[in-house]
Write a protein that binds this ligand. Structure first.
Ligand code: XLS
Ligand code: NI
Ligand code: NI
Length: 438
């Protein structure tokens, strides 16, 4: 493998927790079997094209701080090819099996939909060849329905039906491309599907529009026979003040209302969970409990910055708790861990991308190993089972079965002179227990 974009870097390998080599894995050991699967297959890491290849360090206050050589060609198709090549080189250097992209991460909007699609398709031919050569796979594709000014007032939830139509056409093309590339999932993140003010917003109408849009995407998935999973990615706000896919619970309500349960699952992002005021683990547990867990966007926020800072993961404890939920649900399924994470603006060297991914991969892998050990130990699971043991007894089972009304329960309390006593939840003991494994 020639390495024109990340020269002087050898493929990064596992060297164990004691290694002092900066670009080495201390915990991520792709061939190690964890809970019945090789780590690589259990985690399913993906590189995000937008943050790691297209983005060059601009923020709302300043311009690009690390122009990338792979983005410097004059012609958009040449940029796309270089960017794709750099992307596969990044994946191969890191041993990352998957990637994710938005249509506009590959080629820009060049005016009319037909010209834009034609340009994208030519770039995707190059992508397809790179996939064959490198053996890398597509975790998910998605359409960028938030960057272009036409989407300033939303895509599906726009007050103008022509924008809805445009967004639908864009998603049709991107879903078909994802299908052609063998994508495991297709993601819808409703960046501007929300409102800035209720003063000019017909909320009921916009929810119906969003529901209609999702139904159209589901219909088209079946029409073309796309076997992957459709995923909605919750986020509470940013860019809009309020987004309709606020959190896992809000998306579940949408899916129920528009009869889409069983058709659409969730792509849960760490920093979106925390922005919504939840722990990451809560969002996963909520999705798992409702049968809609799909995939993960791995990153983290900053506890003192209230926006989507998209930093690379660094907390094995947070990931251990997340993995416990995911493994409990049978694993990732078609999903995976996509690094929807970006460098800090001062990390101007391409090699910083490698350090960032290595750290993130190790944090996630270490969490996975901790979750496996915690589950094998069994104390925590037993504590939970004991806490609810009463519900497996005669009274608990009868209540759950639905055979007892309020008068029956009153009679039971009076006849048996019930006087339930508080029992310790043992939280501190369990927190100490978990710490032993991380
Ligand atoms: C933005 C989202 C975005 C989606 C894909 O906050 O995380 O990156 O993952 O459109
Ligand atoms: Ni994301
Ligand atoms: Ni995000």
């Amino acid at each position: 493998m020639s390495r024109p974009w990340f020269p002087d870097v050898e493929p990064i390998v596992y060297r164990g927790p004691q290694s002092e080599t900066p670009l080495a894995f201390r915990w991520y050991d792709p061939d190690r079997v964890v809970c019945g699967r090789r780590m690589e297959e259990q985690i399913r890491f993906a590189v995000a094209f937008w943050h790691s290849l297209a983005w060059e360090g601009s923020d709302v206050f300043g311009a690009a701080s690390f122009p990338r050589s792979w983005n410097s060609a004059a012609d958009p198709l040449a940029v796309a090819r270089d960017r794709i090549d750099a992307g596969f080189e990044l994946c191969e250097t890191l041993g990352i099996p998957f990637f994710c992209f938005h249509d506009r991460d590959v080629t820009p909007d060049v005016g009319s939909l037909s010209e834009t699609n034609a340009l994208l398709d030519r770039a995707l031919e190059h992508l397809e060849r790179g996939m064959e050569r490198s053996g890398r796979r597509l975790l998910w594709g998605t359409a960028n329905l938030f960057g272009h000014p036409r989407y300033a007032a939303g895509a599906a939830t726009n007050p103008d039906p022509e924008v809805f139509a445009f967004a639908a056409a864009q998603v049709k093309h991107c879903l078909e491309a994802t299908h052609r590339l063998g994508g495991a999932n297709y993601v819808l993140w409703g960046g501007r599907e929300g409102y800035e003010t209720l003063l000019h917003t017909d909320l009921r109408r916009e929810l119906d529009q969003l529901g209609r849009f999702l139904v159209l995407v589901v219909e088209h998935k079946h029409r073309i026979g796309f076997p992957g999973t459709l995923l909605v990615e919750p986020k509470p706000f940013e860019p809009t003040k309020h987004q309709y896919d606020f959190d896992a619970a809000a998306v579940l309500a949408l899916l129920q209302r528009y009869d889409l349960v069983g058709e659409v699952a969730l792509n849960i992002e760490v920093n979106h969970a925390t922005l919504a005021g939840h722990d990451f683990t809560h969002e996963i547990a909520y999705a798992v409990a409702n049968g809609i867990f799909g995939s993960i966007d791995a990153n983290r926020g900053d506890p003192r910055l209230g926006w989507d800072t998209d930093q690379f993961p660094d907390d094995p404890l947070e990931w251990a708790l997340a993995w416990r939920e995911i493994l409990g649900a049978g694993g990732m399924g078609t999903g995976g861990c996509n690094f929807d994470a970006k460098l800090r603006r001062q990390s101007v060297d391409p090699v910083d991308l490698l350090h960032a991914h290595v750290g993130g991969m190790d944090a996630i892998a270490r969490g996975l190993l901790a979750a496996e050990a915690l589950m094998a130990d069994g104390t925590l699971d037993r504590a939970v089972a004991e806490r609810y043991a009463g519900w497996e007894g005669e009274l608990g089972r009868s209540i759950r079965a639905g055979g007892l009304g309020l008068p029956d329960l009153e009679r039971i309390v009076l006849e048996r002179r019930l006087s339930p006593q508080p029992r310790s939840g043992g939280q501190e003991r369990l927190e100490n227990l978990v710490r032993r494994f991380v």
